[in-house]
Design a protein around this ligand. Structure first.
Ligand code: C2O
Ligand code: CU
Length: 485
């Protein structure tokens, strides 16, 4: 008798467990088509919900750049599959803008009205263009399923925006971005100041093609002729998912800008490693000596060799300490700081736990304890001063990227930033690190905030910052084939 009861109880327990797991599985499945606003829970960052119900609804599609006027610069970017040939002859079956990867370097002047027409001539999965680090109006942000529909083969889309920020940026597809960026759909974007600086100005874009590290698409030495005494600016861009480790040999140098923003009074550095977040940018500056200078990626053959006759090899690097952006340069006034009153304060805790994501069991990334799409939407009002505390409780580094805004780093592990003001759009958050960031909500829209290890974004490290009253008519999945990650 007792045995039978025990057996019956056992069966009930198993059934209950199966039921709970089954429900968790069922509940985690995403529908074929959904609106990103309908998922997760709205987090008001400690402010009252009020505005939400009174503000008239605005569609992201109406938040466009200037529509009238002749553009100062016009570019055509055509996306299609192509064979990318590296310097060694190694061929990569890739995707490219204008048949090369990196795609063409877009250089414009501050104040220019920029117009870019994107055409898709055969990327079956669809494409879009996101202007990484440029705080464009929302409809120009290029996120498939959030700010536009993916451009399918035969289709086109025109982006227009005013280049207001000076600095180093890049562009890339934001449709199936983990796959399509890896395969080659990206390129550099430089916004020069109105008065040219008169420096030798060169982009150094790192990308890993099929496991081969390249600089500007070359996995070997790229030689450049630079006259001794010339001021030089190198614009380091990391388009990879993981950090790029740059070395500079043959000259002292300064890090003059981070993520497009100039630093205040940067000091000279020597033998310092520059570890750049996936998606991040550093500009470095120096005066060309009469001997060669090398900019390389550590432990690879990819290097830029600068020399007065353009024929020398790069000197070998002797890398020492790591560059620390939190204690570099000198303080300067900022529009706000840690002592200010914040209209909204959000927590962004990155974790990992077992569970289901879209029906798939496994160890999944979590944001504030929830597995995607059970993640927060940070709701802000236009004009709010917003604080975000990011905490990484995982063993992986996460380069966190907020679209449409630049954030001021306030503290790292409770320590205030002691050097130059440090503005970022792509922040490398190491395991167990905790950052406090602040930004002004001055660009209405619906903005992605995600990990720029794009694999992690696919795996659920994605959420949105939503302005009160802004809605999107676009949906993820479904007939429009939108897959932003
Ligand atoms: Cu460069 Cu949402 O990404
Ligand atoms: Cu990540």
């Amino acid at each position: 008798m007792a045995l039978r009861i025990a057996a019956a109880l056992g069966i009930l327990l198993v059934l209950a467990l199966v039921g709970v797991l089954g429900w968790a599985w069922w509940d985690s499945r995403l529908p074929d088509t959904y609106n990103v606003m309908d998922y997760g829970s709205h987090d008001y960052g400690g402010a009252a919900e009020h505005g939400a119900h009174h503000a008239a609804a605005v569609s992201v599609a109406s938040l466009k750049g200037p529509q009238a006027g002749k553009p100062d610069v016009h570019f055509e970017l055509m996306a299609r599959p192509t064979t990318i040939r590296l310097a060694s002859g190694h061929e990569v079956d890739g995707l490219a803008f204008n048949d090369r990867s990196p795609g063409p370097e877009l250089r414009v002047r501050q104040g220019d009205l920029v117009e870019v027409r994107l055409r898709n001539e055969g990327v079956d999965g669809g494409v879009s263009i996101h202007w990484h680090g440029v705080d464009v109006p929302n409809a120009e942000d290029g996120v498939a399923g959030v700010t536009q529909d993916a451009v399918m083969p035969g289709g086109s889309y025109t982006y227009r925006f005013r280049a207001e920020q000076v600095g180093t940026f890049w562009y890339h597809t934001h449709q199936s971005s983990a796959d399509e960026v890896r395969r080659g759909l990206f390129g550099p974007l430089v916004i020069e100041p109105q008065k040219p600086r008169g420096a030798v100005d060169v982009v150094a874009l790192a990308h890993d093609f099929d496991g081969i590290q390249t600089l500007n698409g070359n996995e070997r030495t790229t030689r450049l002729e630079v006259a001794a005494g010339s001021p030089v600016r190198l614009r380091l861009i990391n388009t990879n998912n993981t950090p790029a480790r740059f070395t500079v040999a043959g000259t002292p140098f300064r890090v003059v800008a981070i993520d497009g923003t100039e630093l205040n009074e940067p000091q000279p550095l020597e033998n310092t490693r520059l570890i750049l977040a996936g998606g991040g940018r550093y500009d470095i500056g120096f005066t060309m000596p009469s001997s060669p200078v090398g900019l390389g990626i550590e432990d690879t053959t990819a290097v830029l060799a600068l020399s007065p006759d353009g024929r020398a090899d790069a000197p070998p690097p002797t890398p020492g300490a790591e560059f620390d952006p939190a204690a570099y340069g000198r303080p300067a006034p900022t529009p706000f700081d840690a002592r200010r009153h914040f209209d909204r304060e959000f927590e962004f805790d990155i974790g990992r736990k077992p569970g289901f994501m879209d029906g798939k069991p496994g160890m999944h990334w979590t944001i504030n304890g929830g597995i995607y799409p059970d993640v927060p939407v940070f709701v802000v009002d236009r004009g709010d001063l917003v604080k975000v505390t990011i905490e990484n409780n995982t063993d992986s580094v996460h380069p966190m990227h907020l679209h449409g805004h630049h954030a001021l780093v306030l503290t790292r592990d409770e320590q205030p930033v002691s050097g130059s003001p440090w503005w970022t759009d792509t922040l490398s958050v190491e395991p167990n690190e905790r950052y406090e960031l602040a930004f002004r909500a001055d660009n209405p829209g619906l903005w992605m905030d995600h990990c720029h290890n794009l694999r992690h974004a696919v795996e659920g490290l994605t959420m949105h910052v939503a302005y009160t009253g802004v809605q999107t008519p676009f949906t993820v999945g479904g007939g429009a084939h939108n897959h932003p990650e």
